[in-house]
Ligand binder design. Structure first.
Ligand SMILES: C=C(O[C@H]1C=CC=C(C(=O)O)[C@@H]1O)C(=O)O
Length: 458
């Protein structure tokens, strides 16, 4: 491994010499498979940034930040183009060796035009980071990816030793997290906005929809969970991974604040021009017995309100994607997607991108879908800004990764929370349409919040 790194850095140094400027070396090597959640338990606070991502195809655990594509604030669409420009500029300066491509990992705020609060100070409008060390597991193979700026005078052997040293320390300190046997009740939960006031907002939104201002708006709320001790990110991820094996598990830690969750919703997966996305909207509780569960699924499939709420998302995705795709496959009827706490209507969507549309441009076209914003988008966003009384930050924004070839995967950051010491700020929302009922919508957010409450209290 040491020899491979030294030789790769030597190659990068030659390029730096030729070009008269430092190059961004990204070197991957095959390693022994590790327990990813155990790795995140090692070196808390490493270089102020840690990152975790797990989905059905791959797992990534990142430490530190060699380079970040960022936008502090700005217009909703602009920040994606800013990041895309920075990404293009950095591509020209890359030196890639090994079987994997470097990945920028991070996320975007839900709405950079909304008022922001201190709560999200470490999570800007856009931030995609190239980790200094990253463990990547894909199709049963495990890799270490290291990235570093290399100049004409960089000593390849010293750099390789330093990075390998950091990797060994990580492995030494990784601790396998055991599952909790019993859930604790030793916590306090508090609505940030009184339940009756939130329901009033929902009622106002229903009225605005009935008056024809818009078709749908998603309203969210925040609860604060106070625990008897500081929360350990690895323990929460362990719980989420046991109960939501099919979800996107994500964690972004910045200066001790960690945004994490288990989202059921894919925003986009892009692999060599093949696109996969989904419409996910319409929610029902899970039953306590198989027959009650099946009854609730039928109820969901036959609910006019939920089918309409769902169809608005399908229509909007079709409209957004049709001009960009050579082919687009959208099933006529949704299916029911069951999660531990709730079940949703889901329509999987696949397509082939027709032109040179970059992954971030695609994200900018899709986000926010009416599953988290509303319809028409701009009117719904204005309504949310004026009525919601919370700072969504990265909640309901795109989170994921983008590689140097433009392949990418982004989820919508739902079923999530922001951890700060002994407090967890948890978020959930629901789609409001003309037939919605404030009490039922409140109950639906309670069910969605249970994802994180259960993981934190285990
Ligand atoms: C906005 C959320 O869920 C969205 C995704 C699935 C179902 C939803 C619904 O039925 O309202 C929401 O559109 C959330 O979990 O906070």
């Amino acid at each position: 491994m040491r020899v491979q790194l030294i030789s790769a850095f030597a190659g990068a140094r030659e390029k730096a010499e030729r070009e008269g400027q430092p190059v961004l070396a990204a070197v991957s090597v095959e390693v022994e498979p590790q327990t990813p959640i155990a790795m995140i338990s090692a070196l808390p606070g490493y270089d102020a940034q840690r990152f975790f991502w797990q989905c059905q195809t791959d797992v990534m655990v990142g430490f530190g930040a060699t380079q970040t594509l960022t936008a502090e604030s700005g217009q909703a669409r602009e920040r994606f183009f800013w990041c895309e420009q920075q990404w293009q500029a950095l591509r020209a300066r890359l030196w890639v060796e090994g079987p994997c491509l470097p990945r920028w990992c991070g996320g975007f705020a839900f709405d950079p035009e909304a008022t922001t609060s201190e709560l999200w100070r470490h999570f800007p409008a856009a931030s995609l980071t190239l980790p200094r060390l990253m463990y990547l597991s894909q199709h049963g193979q495990a890799y270490l990816m290291v990235t570093h700026w290399v100049a004409a005078d960089t000593r390849s052997d010293a750099l390789a030793c330093q990075l390998l040293n950091e990797w060994s320390q990580l492995l030494e300190k990784a601790e396998v997290i055991s599952s909790a046997v019993e859930a604790s009740t030793d916590y306090a939960l508090q609505d940030c906005l009184d339940a009756s006031l939130w329901k009033d907002q929902v009622a106002d939104t229903i009225k605005a929809i009935q008056q024809g201002t818009m078709h749908k708006a998603v309203l969210a709320r925040t609860v604060v969970m106070t625990l008897p001790h500081s929360v350990l990110v690895a323990e929460v991820l362990q719980q989420l991974s046991e109960h939501y094996p099919e979800a996107y598990l994500f964690a972004f830690e910045r200066d001790g604040h960690c945004f994490l969750g288990a989202s059921p919703e894919r925003l986009v997966r892009l692999q060599q021009g093949q696109l996969e996305t989904m419409a996910l909207a319409g929610t029902m509780a899970r039953g306590k017995t198989p027959s009650e569960d099946a009854g609730l699924s039928d109820q969901l499939m036959n609910s006019r309100k939920d089918r309409y709420e769902h169809q608005l998302v399908v229509n909007s995705l079709r409209e957004a994607l049709s001009p960009l795709c050579r082919s687009l496959t959208i099933p006529e009827t949704p299916c029911v997607y069951r999660l531990a706490q709730v079940q949703h209507l889901l329509t999987p969507i696949t397509g082939e991108l027709s032109s040179e549309v970059g992954a971030l441009s695609l994200v900018s076209v899709l986000h926010p879908t009416p599953a988290v914003g509303g319809l028409p988008r701009d009117i719904a966003l204005r309504h949310i800004r004026a009525h919601e009384q919370m700072d969504r930050g990265w909640y309901a924004g795109p989170v994921g990764w983008l590689d140097s070839d433009g392949n990418a995967e982004f989820a919508v950051a739902l079923r999530s929370g922001l951890l700060r010491d002994d407090k967890a700020y948890l978020f959930a929302g629901c789609g409001i349409v003309a037939d919605s009922q404030p009490d039922a919508e409140y109950q639906e957010t309670c069910l969605k919040l249970k994802t994180m409450v259960a993981a934190l209290s285990a």
